[in-house]
Design a protein around this ligand. Structure first.
Ligand SMILES: Nc1nc2c(ncn2[C@@H]2O[C@H](COP(=O)(O)OP(=O)(O)OP(=O)(O)O)[C@@H](O)[C@H]2O)c(=O)[nH]1
Ligand SMILES: [Mg+2]
Length: 305
């Protein structure tokens, strides 16, 4: 065939939406690596997490963001700051809203989603809507009122039903997203996956295990600090501290005779070995820093932004 080759495209796509919509699950699926932690708990993601999707002639930096909610705590406020930072640098917005359950379109797209859509509109970048968790929607024509409502009120350039968990619809979503990216030369090396250091990913893996194993408000009170990192000849030894902000949470996390922290350690060690691709040893400590989640300086320090 003749003609000029298609220009290379390179840009950023911000993955946004309310808590628990499947944003991190989608990021991980698209980059083929568990970069961003996933739990059944809303407000799991605290940071802006970038993963690079590489296709012939295209590099898309996908930016996972904290679920949008009205800030009530200091940590919430920082999470919204992380979201705003991602919106600033994005070329395309990908809004995820769950289609699971029986809520009406008005409820589903009401606050906080409506407030998020306002924030996106003001920035005038192309907006794609993905209705997620469609594996839970039966029969499929229950999607129609949602699609109809969204096309009138959200007015995305395109909307795609997907299941981040099963992968259904995800390739079609990629086909919609990539042509919206600006033309530009490659900004990433061919094997780049993320801009986050391994230490950060390791701390997040430990926080994922803690969040999955604890209930109610405990996960929101947890921060994980990697204190030491020793690359041995055969294994990597990691010393990490789990910081909590109430005595009761420390008791839960330590557990009877240290049972909970031991179990967390076993599970997190397996996750770290997988992350590093080599054996890992983990030394875990639980530390009480009373009230840290309400103290702006300590929130900044402990969540590492
Ligand atoms: N059934 C079903 N569950 C899903 C799907 N995608 C994600 N989930 C589940 O929904 C929960 C939340 O997924 P996450 O990917 O952590 O959601 P998130 O939007 O990143 O959430 P926050 O970080 O809290 O804003 C997890 O339990 C996922 O396993 C899906 O397509 N189908
Ligand atoms: Mg998330």
């Amino acid at each position: 065939m003749s003609g000029t080759p298609a220009p290379h495209r390179c840009g950023q796509i911000a993955i946004v939406g309310p808590p628990n919509a499947g944003k991190s699950t989608l990021l991980n699926r698209l980059v083929g690596e568990a970069l961003s932690i996933v739990t059944p708990m809303p407000q799991t993601t605290r940071h802006r997490i970038l993963g690079v999707l590489q296709r012939p002639g295209v590099q898309a930096a996908l930016v996972d963001t904290p679920g949008f909610h009205l800030p009530r705590t200091e940590m919430n406020r920082l999470m919204i700051e992380a979201l705003d930072a991602a919106l600033e640098t994005a070329d395309v917005f990908l809004l995820l809203v769950s289609a699971a359950g029986r809520r009406s379109p008005e409820e589903r797209f009401g606050p906080p989603v409506s407030q998020l859509v306002e924030r996106l509109r003001n920035r005038g970048k192309p907006l794609v809507l993905a209705l997620t968790k469609v594996d839970l929607v039966r029969p499929k024509d229950r999607l129609l009122p949602l699609l109809d409502w969204a096309s009138r009120h959200v007015q995305p350039v395109e909307q795609v039903p997907i299941s981040p968990r099963t992968g259904d619809g995800v390739e079609r979503l990629v086909e919609v997203l990539l042509p919206l990216l600006p033309e530009g030369p490659p900004a990433w090396a061919p094997d780049d996956l993320t801009d986050r250091p391994l230490r950060f990913l390791a701390a997040e893996r430990i926080r994922e295990v803690v969040t999955r194993r604890t209930r109610e408000e405990v996960p929101h009170s947890v921060a994980v600090l990697v204190e030491r990192w020793d690359e041995g000849p055969r294994a990597t030894t990691i010393h990490a501290t789990i910081v909590v902000d109430r005595p009761a949470h420390k008791r839960i996390l330590v557990g009877r005779g240290g049972a909970m922290v031991r179990e967390v350690g076993i599970e997190a060690r397996a996750a770290l070995s997988e992350l590093l691709g080599r054996p890992a040893h983990l030394r875990l400590f639980v530390q009480l820093q009373e009230g840290w989640t309400r103290d702006p300086a300590r929130v900044r320090e402990l969540t590492g932004e």
